[in-house]
Design a protein around this ligand. Structure first.
Ligand code: FPP
Length: 303
């Protein structure tokens, strides 16, 4: 369609046609650039539910109505989050990428308070994947130090707010000092009855499943288990998430449409919500929007 407007033949025309020609080429070039960009934005909006962009008032009203229906509680008990986009957020502001991670901590802090108020039972966040070790030594060191600092500085408040903190992942590979802080945090909050906050750290779903298969295999070899006793529930009980309900909703910030080795078994029937908003910009209001979107979904469990 654009071929007939290609510059070469037209450029050789008489000079009086040039202004018209340039205007035409300019507007067509604009069209050429604008159409794909617009289409992409529409697709992102369709995928993320942003096309409907409900107002804050509408979201608040809908959430209140849903909570009323559920007897004051939220209409779901477990939300998992892939907190993505910290480095892009920093790059957008010409700041060092570490500032994005720092800002990400603030976002998490606000969100934990918010979901605690909403009486959510389980929140599972992806803080460090088993693949994140491949990032630069500097960034990995920064992240591990950041986790340790947060555990020290935020523990009191988490404990006071009745949050129970646990960790999912291959924790024994983490620095000993971080492991010690994690143990302290788990012990201090173990009797709490409010929000159960799971932080996935050095977590990879395939590794988690592999470890579960190994443990089941060992039980068979030891004669404590028969092969036909292996069930869906038995496998679940060998995962880090043993005893927790599967997440009803998985939110991914930063716009990428993938699970990134996160809760692959547990997310079999989880509703996915991807937003282009970068993690440091993800507000409690955006969380509420995701819940409202979740409420509009028809969960069919494969039926
Ligand atoms: C992804 O952004 C985020 C991480 C690798 C995890 C770090 C998360 C935080 C610091 C939030 C707070 C967490 C805790 C437990 C205190 P990215 O680096 O992949 O960003 P990009 O997609 O822009 O590259």
């Amino acid at each position: 369609m654009f071929k007939e407007y290609s510059p070469a033949p037209v450029l050789s025309r008489a000079s009086h046609t040039k202004p018209v020609f340039f205007e035409t080429v300019c507007s067509l070039t604009k069209l050429r650039l604008t159409v794909p960009v617009t289409m992409k934005l529409i697709l992102i909006e369709m995928n993320t539910g942003l096309a409907k962009a409900p107002s804050k008032q509408k979201v608040d009203n809908k959430l209140s109505a849903e909570r009323e229906k559920a007897g004051g509680a939220l209409p779901l008990d477990h939300v998992a989050i892939i907190m993505d986009g910290n480095r892009r957020w920093a790059a957008d502001r010409s700041q060092p990428r570490m500032m994005g991670h720092k800002a990400g901590v603030k976002t998490l802090k606000h969100l934990v308070r918010h979901v605690g108020n909403l009486q959510l039972k389980f929140l599972t966040v992806y803080a460090f994947s088993s693949e994140n070790w491949q990032r630069s030594k500097e960034e990995v060191g920064f992240l591990l130090d950041l986790f340790q600092n947060v555990l020290v500085t935020e523990l009191e408040e988490l404990a006071e707010n009745n949050v129970r903190l646990t960790f999912l992942g291959d924790l024994l590979q983490l620095p000993e000092s971080l492991q010690a802080s994690m143990r302290r945090a788990m012990e201090k909050t173990s009797a709490n009855t409010g929000l159960a906050l799971q932080v996935a750290i050095n977590y990879g779903s395939r590794l988690e499943i592999t470890e579960a298969v190994k443990k089941i295999g060992q039980e068979i070899v030891a004669g404590r288990l028969q092969v036909d006793e292996i069930t869906d529930e038995l496998i679940s009980s060998h995962l880090y998430t043993n005893g927790m309900p599967d997440p009803a909703l998985l939110i991914r910030t930063g716009g990428e449409m993938r699970l990134s080795n996160y809760l692959l078994w547990q997310a079999a029937y989880t509703e996915l919500y991807v937003t282009p908003i970068l993690w440091p910009d993800f507000t409690p209001e955006e969380f509420d929007k995701a819940i409202v979107e979740f409420c509009s979904r028809q969960r069919r469990w494969g039926t």
